[in-house]
Design a protein around this ligand. Structure first.
Ligand code: NDP
Length: 469
């Protein structure tokens, strides 16, 4: 059985707390053993990152850019292995795991090429005022189990590109790909630049409260985000919180269900629906409601559910049993309240956390499946007749990550999209994230953005240099 190691100051270290099992969600078998770090080892990782920061903060932009491109090269060389680990511990089909690794490379290179110039605010005979963007210090990255490799890259790369150092803590459910990623990073990075401590329980909490950490970047659930925010108060840590969403899509009466069904399905069920910015509740105009439901169920029926390692499989398991039970409970509740389950609708028997793609019709707001984030392979389809009412219902959620409007009239749809209370609103699309477009939520989906120039600035503080000539 393969055993992984923590990486502190460039060295592989065994966990003081022994190891814990990481399961394959398709088989429920143990994939590998993950080290359980102690809080003392978290301290050591922070000290290593602080020591590296002493020099890394003064590294040149060219040096940082080169390092990120070198890391991207190393990820590419190890792409097949990383994809295999992602499939084994996360469950997604191989083609999607390969896309995740490809995205990790693309984001690393795009982040490498961002600029952090010194801006001149005033320049004349007597005065020059500059604004510098200075790194913060040690950044703590806490990541979830849905897109584990990609999200680790989203956190780590901008942190080091802007001159910070990192302590990473992946989800205890999917730690292996990030352990390997950090090992790969350490083949080319200075010791202590990126450290990793894994463990169930206390480690994330310890990071949140750690006096040596200056910022936490967190992707995960809203309740954990709230806990982190409370814990961060002691030393006023900076925070970027990318929390859950319950993205609404509104299909206008002039949309063509046959033309958009595939795109709606793919953006709702991306990664078996376990995607923060997936479309999670679909409002469809009464006049095309039945046709839209039918077309979505047709796309769902074409999916091949199975172990992500098997060729031809398009739809893997849910990542963990807790999430499977949550999804199943939401569908059962909808059914008990009169919903029509058009396809799927119950767990697949046998080993693994398999749940088929499920389309649920005749549900409405007030039902748990509509009001709560399912974060899994089920889409509630809700009927509306007045678009103003649909906008109101879309905006009634206390979260606001993404939203979308689907129509043959893109100008009309764009006006409605702009009225949605969310960080990104798409027209005739959903869940498309780009390395140059800031991504983040409003309301209880968190704050701060990732990606592009605005994302990079989140890892810096502004310093004004006011020179009297
Ligand atoms: P959590 O938010 O609990 O876990 C995400 C990360 O936070 C993990 O690394 C976890 O570590 C860590 N963590 C847990 N508790 C603390 C704490 N007190 N302080 C610091 N870090 C902590 O998500 P779950 O895995 O429980 O998933 C629950 C729900 O979250 C899902 O149903 C879904 O709605 C949402 N979610 C949203 C995601 C997104 O992309 N926005 C991604 C994943 C989930 P550990 O694993 O060791 O507990």
């Amino acid at each position: 059985m393969k055993e992984y190691s923590l990486i502190i100051k460039g060295q592989k270290v065994a966990g003081n707390g022994g190891n814990f099992d990481v399961l394959n969600p398709a088989t429920e078998e143990v994939v590998a053993l993950c080290p359980q770090a102690s809080l003392e080892q978290l301290d050591e990782a922070v000290v290593a990152a602080q020591a590296c920061f002493e020099t890394w903060q003064y590294s040149s932009h060219d040096e940082r850019k080169k390092l990120l491109h070198d890391i991207a090269d190393r990820i590419e060389v190890n792409a097949a292995e990383l994809a295999q680990i992602v499939v084994e511990e996360q469950g997604k089909p191989m083609f999607l795991a390969q896309a995740e690794v490809g995205g990790a490379v693309a984001w690393t290179r795009a982040t490498a090429d961002l600029e952090l110039p010194i801006d001149i605010l005033e320049e004349n005979e007597s005065k020059r005022i500059e604004i510098h963007r200075k790194p913060l210090g040690v950044v703590g990255s806490i990541t979830p189990w849905n897109w584990p490799l990609m999200i680790a890259v989203w956190h780590i790369m901008p942190a080091i590109r802007s001159g910070n150092t990192v302590v990473s803590k992946p989800s205890g459910l999917t730690p292996l790909n990030t352990l390997r990623l950090v090992e790969i990073i350490n083949e080319v990075a200075p010791p202590g630049l990126v450290n990793i401590v894994t463990g169930e329980g206390d480690i994330g909490n310890g990071m949140t409260k750690h006096q040596g950490i200056r910022k936490i970047v967190f992707t995960g659930s809203t309740p954990t985000g709230q806990t982190i925010m409370r814990g961060a108060a002691d030393n006023l840590k900076r925070l970027t919180l990318e929390l859950g969403g319950n993205d609404a899509g509104i299909v206008l009466a002039d949309a063509d269900p046959a033309a958009i069904a595939e795109a709606i399905f793919q953006t709702s069920f991306l990664n078996m629906g376990q995607t923060c910015a997936a479309l999670k509740r679909l409002y469809v105009h009464d006049s095309i409601y039945e046709e839209m439901c039918e077309k979505l169920a047709e796309v769902a029926a074409k999916q091949v559910v199975g172990n992500g390692q098997t060729e031809g499989v398009t739809f893997g398991p849910i990542q963990n049993r807790k999430q499977l039970n949550l999804v199943n409970g939401l569908v059962e509740d909808a059914r008990a309240n009169g919903a029509r389950v058009l396809c799927g609708g119950s767990p697949i028997e046998g080993a693994g956390y398999f749940y088929p793609p499920t389309i649920v019709a005749d549900v409405t707001d007030g039902c748990r499946l509509v009001d709560e984030e399912q974060f899994g392979p089920v889409l509630p389809v809700i009927r509306y007749s007045d678009v103003e009412d649909a906008i109101k219902r879309a905006n009634a959620a206390d979260v606001g990550l993404g939203g979308s409007v689907w129509s043959s009239d893109t100008a009309k749809a764009a006006k409605i999209a702009a009225r949605l209370e969310c960080g990104t609103a798409w027209v005739n699309g959903h869940a498309e994230l780009l390395p140059y477009a800031p991504f983040g939520g409003c309301k209880m989906s968190g704050f701060g953005v990732e990606f592009g120039q605005e994302g990079l600035l989140e890892y810096t503080s502004a310093q004004v240099i006011n020179i009297n000539k």
